[in-house]
Write a new protein. Structure first.
Ligand code: MN
Length: 739
C-alpha cells in the first residue's frame, strides 16, 4: 500500500512540535532557528529512507531528540545533534557539511556518535574495558554518550519490526552495555526500561510469565500496601506533611534477576514490598521533613538497623538523594521504605532533566552549586567514568557496618528483633526464643531457605525455627553454639539425661547380678570396672543402659560366694588360649595367612578377621580351616570344646589382599556430609566401598559402610581420617552381622 505522504508530513511536523515543547530549557529565537535548521537538514538527508517498520526514517531522529530533551533534560545542542545523529553514517552528508552548517561543537559530537557506533559492536567482555576507554578518549563531549543512550532506547522501543537475530543481538548488547551505563549516569527510569525491554526479547517466555504473575498478584500487593500505609498516612497528615505514598512495583527485569541469580521462586520475591513516600517539601525543609517521615514510619514499624541508607546527607555520586529503610510489617514481611521529596524523586527518575527544572531554586538558596549546570554535571559524569571504583559510597557503608559487627540483629517470623553475638547460629537463635524451642530444634529456615542447626546467622536474617517432639539436645551441639544461654541449657539437659540413663543402668546391673547370684556391692562393681576397663561407676551404668556391655563376660569371673574376681581369670583364659593353640599345633607350625603356601583356609564370616587382628585357625570337618578373631564371640566356645582343632595363625605382612570390614558412622546430618564421607573413603584413603546405607532421623544420621580394606592399620587410619570431618560424632568398627 502506498504511504499517504500528506498524512506522514502532518505527523512529522506534529512530532517536531512535540519535540520543541518537550525541551525543558529556555530557548532563544536563535536557538530555535538552530534546531529548525538541524531538523530540516535531517529531513532532507533521510527523505527517501524508511525504517524496517515502513515508517519514514525521520521519525527515529525526532524521537531520539525528544528522549534527549524530555527524559534526559538536554538542551539545544544535544537536540540538534540527536536530529542529525544518523546523517553522516547513513546519508550523503559529510562531517565537513555538518561543520559548515552547525559549527565545530556539533561536528565533534556527530563525529563521536559516528565513531562510537563501531565500538559498540563488542565481541567479548574485554570490549567493556575498551568501551570505557573509548568513552573517555574518543568523545570530547559526554553528550555523545547521552545521545547514544537515547538512540538505543528508541531502537529498543521499536525492536518489534527487526529480524529475530538482530533483536537478540541488540537486546543482549543493551543489557550488557547500555543499561549499566544508564545506571552509572543516574538515569534510573531509562535503565530499568532498557533492562525490561532487553529481557522481553532475550527471554520472551520468562518475561511474559513474570508479567502475567505480576498482574495476577497486583490486587493482593495493592491491598497489602494500603493496609501497611494506613497508620503512617494518618500520622504524616497529622504532622502537617504534604505527601503521596506509592507502592513501588518491581521491574520485570529485577524480579528475573533475583530468580536467576539467587535461585528463589517468584513467589518469594513478588511479596518483597517497597513503598515510596514522596514529600511535597520546601527546599530548605527537605532534610528535616524526610527525617520526620522516617521517625513516623519507624514509630509504627521496627526498622532493620542494617538497612538504613542516608543518601540525603551524602548524595550518591550520580546525584541520587533519598532516605531508605527496611521495616518489618505486622505480618512478618519486610517492606522497603524510600523517603524523598518531589525534587529528589524527579532527579532519581530522570537524572539531569530534573536538575534543570530545579536549577534556579537551588541556586536561590545557595545549595550545592556543584550539582547544577549542564557542564558541571557532564564533568561529573566524566569523573564517574574515570573512577574505576564506582561503588565508593557503598564501600564506605560496608566499612562502617563492619565496625559494628560484634552484634547481629535478626528477626523472628513475626518481625520481633533479637540481638545475638556475631557468629551465633540458628540453634543459638532457637534457644534465644525459648530453651524448650532450642531443645526441640531440628533445623531452621533462614530467609525461607532450609539451613542446618549450625548455620551462622547474619544481620537482617529472618529465622523460622523447626522443632520436633522427638528431638533432644545432642553433645555435638556444644561445638557450634556460642551463646551462654544455649550452652548451659544443652549441658544441663545432657546431664539430666545422663543421670537418668545412669540410674537405669544401675538397676539393670543389680538385676543381672541378682540373677547369677552375685552380690551387688562395691567390691564386685570394682571388679567389673576392671573387667570393662572403666574408671567410674556412672560410666559403667551408662554403658550398661546403652547396651554396650557384654554381660557374657561376667560369668567366667564369678567365683564362689557371689564374689567377682577379674584380674587372674583373664590371665588364665589368655594363657590357656595361647598355650592350647601351641600345644595343639605342637610342631610350632603356624598358619601364615596371605601366603600362597597351599593352606586351604577361609576367613570366618562370623567375625570377619582382617590382617592385623589377632586370629586363630579352626579346623572344620568339611570346610577346611576357618580363621576367627581371638575376640570372636565363638572363640571361647570353640576353645573350650575343640581345643585340639585350633591352629596357631598369624598374618603375613602384605597389602595386596582386601578384606571386608564394616564401620558405623554417626553424626549430625548436614548437606554434603555423605559426600564428604564417601569422598574421604574412596579418594583420600583409597578404600573401596562395597555398600553403604545412611539413615537420618531428626537431623542425626547413622551410616553403615561395608568396606574393602587391607589391614587394621589401614582401617584405623581411615577411622581417624573420618573423625576429622565436621559433623561426625563417632566412627566405629562393627561386626558384620549376616552371612
Ligand atoms: Mn539512530
Amino acid at each position: 500500500m502506498e504511504p499517504d505522504i500528506d498524512l506522514e508530513n502532518k505527523q512529522i511536523s506534529n512530532a517536531y512540535r512535540g519535540l520543541l515543547r518537550s525541551i525543558q530549557v529556555e530557548l532563544s529565537n536563535e536557538d530555535k532557528r538552530f534546531i529548525r535548521k538541524a531538523f530540516n537538514t535531517s529531513v532532507e538527508a533521510h527523505k527517501n529512507a524508511r525504517r524496517k517498520s515502513g515508517e519514514p526514517f525521520i521519525y527515529h531522529p525526532i524521537a531520539v531528540a525528544r528522549i534527549c530533551a524530555e527524559e534526559i533534560g538536554l538542551g539545544k545542542t544535544s537536540v540538534a545533534c540527536a536530529l542529525l545523529h544518523d546523517t553522516v553514517e547513513d546519508t550523503h552528508i559529510t562531517l565537513d557539511d555538518i561543520h559548515e552548517l552547525f559549527g565545530v561543537k556539533v561536528r565533534k559530537i556527530i563525529d563521536g556518535l559516528t565513531k562510537i557506533s563501531g565500538v559498540f559492536d563488542y565481541t567479548s567482555s574485554q570490549q567493556i574495558e575498551n568501551f570505557r576507554k573509548m568513552l573517555l578518549t574518543l568523545p570530547d563531549d559526554v553528550r555523545v554518550i547521552l545521545i547514544k543512550l537515547a538512540d538505543r532506547l528508541h531502537n529498543m522501543r521499536t525492536l518489534d519490526s527487526m529480524a529475530r537475530d538482530k533483536q537478540l543481538k541488540i537486546a543482549s548488547e543493551t543489557s550488557y552495555l547500555y543499561a549499566p551505563l544508564a545506571h552509572r549516569l543516574g538515569l534510573y527510569a531509562i535503565k530499568s526500561e532498557l533492562e525490561d525491554l532487553s529481557l522481553k526479547y532475550t527471554e520472551p517466555e520468562v518475561y511474559e510469565e513474570i508479567q502475567r504473575k505480576l498482574n495476577k498478584t497486583k490486587d493482593v500487593r495493592a491491598r497489602f500496601i494500603r493496609k501497611f500505609s494506613i497508620p503512617i498516612k494518618q500520622e504524616l497528615s497529622d504532622s502537617g506533611l504534604k505527601f503521596t505514598i506509592k507502592g513501588r512495583p518491581k521491574s520485570v527485569y529485577s524480579i528475573w534477576n533475583k530468580i536467576h541469580n539467587k535461585k528463589v521462586a517468584f513467589e518469594e520475591i513478588y511479596d518483597v514490598f517497597a513503598i515510596r513516600i514522596i514529600i511535597d517539601s520546601e527546599l530548605h525543609m527537605e532534610k528535616a521533613d524526610c527525617w520526620r517521615a522516617y521517625a513516623i514510619v519507624t514509630d509504627h514499624y521496627r526498622p532493620n538497623p542494617e538497612r538504613l541508607r542516608d543518601w540525603i546527607s551524602h548524595p550518591k555520586q550520580n546525584g541520587y538523594e533519598s532516605l531508605h529503610t527496611t521495616v518489618m510489617s505486622p505480618t512478618g514481611k519486610w517492606v522497603e521504605v524510600q523517603i524523598r521529596t518531589e525534587r529528589m524523586d524527579e532527579i532519581a527518575e530522570k537524572g539531569l532533566a530534573a536538575h534543570w527544572k530545579y536549577k534556579k531554586n537551588i541556586q536561590a538558596i545557595g545549595r550545592e552549586p556543584q550539582q547544577i549546570g549542564i557542564d558541571v554535571w557532564i564533568d561529573k559524569i566524566r569523573e564517574l567514568l574515570e573512577n574505576k571504583d564506582d561503588n565508593a559510597i557503598d564501600f564506605m557503608d560496608e566499612l562502617k557496618l563492619s565496625l559494628y559487627a560484634k552484634e547481629i540483629f535478626v528477626f523472628t517470623p513475626t518481625g520481633e528483633l533479637r540481638t545475638l553475638p556475631s557468629r551465633a547460629t540458628a540453634l543459638d537463635f532457637a534457644f534465644e526464643i525459648h530453651s524448650e524451642v532450642g531443645a526441640k530444634c531440628i533445623g531452621a529456615k533462614v530467609n525461607h531457605k532450609l539451613v542446618p542447626l549450625s548455620y551462622e546467622l547474619k544481620s537482617g536474617d529472618q529465622i523460622e525455627v523447626i522443632t520436633s517432639e522427638k528431638q533432644n539436645p545432642k553433645e555435638a551441639w556444644l561445638s557450634f553454639v556460642v551463646t551462654s544461654k544455649a550452652k548451659s541449657k544443652i549441658k544441663s539437659v545432657l546431664d539430666e539425661e545422663r543421670k537418668r540413663v545412669v540410674a537405669d543402668g544401675k538397676e539393670i546391673l543389680e538385676r543381672k547380678l541378682r540373677n547369677i547370684k552375685v552380690a551387688f556391692d562395691d567390691a564386685n562393681v570394682q571388679e567389673l570396672l576392671k573387667l570393662y576397663k572403666l574408671t567410674d561407676h556412672s560410666d559403667l551404668y551408662y554403658q550398661i543402659a546403652k547396651g554396650k556391655v557384654d554381660f557374657k563376660k561376667i560369668k567366667p569371673i564369678v567365683i564362689k560366694g557371689g564374689r567377682l574376681k577379674h584380674g587372674s581369670i583373664t590371665r588364665t583364659i589368655k594363657e590357656s588360649f595361647e598355650s592350647l593353640i601351641d600345644r595343639v599345633s605342637g610342631k610350632k607350625e603356624e598358619l601364615i595367612l596371605g601366603e600362597g603356601d597351599g593352606f586351604d583356609y577361609k576367613l570366618s564370616p562370623c567375625c570377619n578377621p582382617i590382617p592385623g587382628d589377632e586370629v586363630f585357625g579352626f579346623i572344620t570337618i568339611r570346610d577346611g580351616i576357618k580363621v576367627h578373631r581371638n575376640t570372636c564371640p565363638n572363640a571361647k566356645q570353640l576353645l573350650a570344646n575343640y581345643a585340639y582343632r585350633i591352629i596357631k595363625t598369624r598374618w603375613k605382612n602384605q597389602k595386596i589382599l582386601e578384606f571386608k570390614s564394616k564401620i558405623k558412622i554417626t553424626g549430625i546430618d548436614d548437606i554434603g556430609l555423605v559426600h564428604k564421607i564417601t569422598n574421604t573413603i574412596s579418594k583420600d584413603m583409597n578404600v573401596n566401598i562395597k555398600s553403604l546405607k545412611f539413615e537420618t532421623e531428626d537431623g542425626v544420621f547413622e551410616g553403615d559402610i561395608l568396606l574393602l580394606i587391607h589391614d587394621t592399620e589401614h582401617l584405623s587410619g581411615l577411622i581417624s581420617e573420618l573423625n576429622l570431618i565436621e559433623g561426625i560424632k563417632r566412627v566405629e568398627r562393627v561386626e558384620i552381622m549376616s552371612e
